[in-house]
Design a protein around this ligand. Structure first.
Ligand SMILES: Nc1ncnc2c1ncn2[C@@H]1O[C@H](COP(=O)(O)OP(=O)(O)OP(=O)(O)O)[C@@H](O)[C@H]1O
Length: 250
């Protein structure tokens, strides 16, 4: 397997807290990887180190064959790493379409005062994504008026305007009702199916993990305690003890 993302000997501490301990992992193109672990296990720290918002104390992270450890978040985004947040980062007063266009403008290097164009092209790309995420009917609505689940879909669609190679999702269905979460994941996964991209998603809901991940990476105290296909990783004693709580902790 040629790795798209590779972390080697990555460590991160916050004072006495070990947030990442000897992280060694390689993730290939097209994988759908779920990052699981209890609160404070180190999932977000790992994601933040990939995006460059946090720097490891030790170790290196490679993306697409390049050492991205020293790069600033914007430079890493430009290489093809995109992220959506647990609480969507949207402009409530703007329409859905305008949010898409703002997201596009943030990474379109061709835009300038003299050449604000590509707008037609940007609108076409936005419309394709809105269709895929079942957001076309909301195109002209103000984002502040939309329900939470729709806003989450928009946040992910916005991340895709950059046509990333790696997409990082933070609990895509958190805050969404039990009835809505599977239809929402179906929409997300169908939309992502059109793009040849690797997806890492932080998830606490094991039903979602089992159904949508091709691989599970479990964290505890900053360490990776299991890594494999969902059926295998979720069945390990460490995951049952430290993540799902099916076994009592020693
Ligand atoms: N900026 C920071 N300053 C100090 N401590 C931090 C910081 N970021 C994370 N930590 C600590 O590092 C540990 C790992 O946190 P992290 O947010 O990575 O866990 P997590 O698995 O994402 O948890 P959750 O599911 O609650 O989001 C925790 O003990 C946390 O308190």
């Amino acid at each position: 397997m040629t790795a798209l993302l590779e972390a080697r000997g990555v460590n991160k501490r916050f004072g006495a807290v070990v947030a990442a301990a000897d992280i060694d992992i390689a993730i290939g193109a097209g994988e759908r990887v779920s990052l699981i672990g209890s609160n404070g296990a180190g999932k977000t720290t790992f994601v933040n180190m990939i995006t460059g918002y946090l720097k490891p104390d030790e170790g290196h992270i490679h993306f697409n064959g390049r050492d991205i450890t020293p790069l600033a978040p914007r430079a890493i985004t430009r290489l093809g790493v995109a992220r959506s947040f647990q609480i969507p980062q949207l402009y409530g007063d703007l329409t859905v379409l305008d949010n898409m266009l703002v997201a596009n403008a943030c990474h379109d290097q061709r835009l300038s005062f003299w050449q604000p164009a590509h707008r037609g092209e940007a609108i076409d790309r936005a419309d394709v994504l809105l269709e895929r995420f079942r957001l076309a009917d909301h195109r002209e609505r103000r984002v502040a008026e939309l329900p939470g689940g729709v806003r989450k879909l928009l946040d992910i669609a916005m991340a895709l305007t950059a046509a990333p190679k790696l997409l990082l999702l933070d609990e895509p269905t958190s805050g969404v009702s039990a009835e809505e979460k599977f239809p929402m994941m179906e929409t997300i996964m169908a939309a992502l199916g059109h793009e040849a991209m690797t997806v890492l998603f932080v998830e606490h809901d094991m039903d979602i993990v089992e159904r949508y991940a091709s691989r599970v990476v479990a964290f505890y105290s900053g360490r990776i305690i299991a890594d494999g296909p969902p059926g295998q990783a979720l069945a390990t004693d460490d995951v049952r003890r430290y993540v799902t709580g099916e076994l009592l902790q020693e």
